[in-house]
Design a protein. Structure first.
Ligand code: SF4
Length: 206
């Protein structure tokens, strides 16, 4: 169940016109999943179906994402939270512009602060270049772990790219196995409880 803070954020997003995408959307697409999830998946922005339904990753790409999650024993209802870099659909499915990404990022940052995931997975180039490194190459650096501000971050292919190029699926599957293994590793560290220096906790607050 969503917290009061998350609900307030969702409401703010529903009436947001902080960037021009707010003028052309049908529905904002805030996010879906478990608000206490250990993994946050981040895509680039809503497409046509998402804009109509107000939910991220519906249609063929969404079905594929659900299958990918099932491969590693996860589902969008139980274990993960799914959001986008921008909450409103860019016209004609173009990439969100840098200024649109910057205008919308405070929502994602606030969501991340509330969810407090251990792992953030960037789905595709737009998410990776926005969250990991502006020069990020998805072909070269997918499946590589980065530790940033107390979060483990990794990028893999966007499901829409996998639909266009089936040959990438094998690499994407390898990335998913790394994500599952990292989560298991991080979860195992929690049990039995060990003394913590509180550093990770402090980092997530920054
Ligand atoms: S894309 Fe983000 S910043 Fe732009 S109007 Fe939509 S919610 Fe607001």
């Amino acid at each position: 169940m969503e917290s009061v803070e998350m609900n307030a954020l969702r409401d703010a997003c529903a009436s947001c016109v902080r960037c021009p995408l707010g003028q052309t959307r049908t529905n904002p697409v805030f996010g879906v999943g478990n608000p206490q999830a250990e993994i946050l998946f981040v895509g680039e922005g809503p497409g046509e179906q998402e804009d109509l339904k107000g939910e991220p990753f519906v249609g063929k790409a969404g079905i594929l994402l659900d299958k990918m999650l099932a491969c590693i024993g996860m589902s969008r209802e139980d274990n993960v939270y799914i959001a986008n870099i921008v909450k409103c659909r860019p016209p004609h499915n173009r990439d969100p512009l840098p200024e649109e990404r910057q205008a919308c990022l405070p929502y994602l940052r606030a969501q991340t602060k509330l969810i407090r995931p251990k792992i953030i997975v960037c789905l595709g180039k737009v998410a990776a270049t926005t969250l990991i490194d502006p020069s990020f190459s998805i072909m070269r650096s997918h499946g590589v772990w980065y530790e940033r501000k107390g979060f483990w971050m990794i990028a893999t292919f966007h499901p829409a790219a996998l639909l266009r190029n089936e040959g990438l699926k094998r690499d994407a599957y390898g990335d998913l196995l790394k994500i599952r293994a990292k989560l298991d590793e991080l979860t195992a560290k929690k049990e039995p409880p060990e003394e913590s220096d509180g550093k990770a906790e402090e980092e997530t607050e920054k």
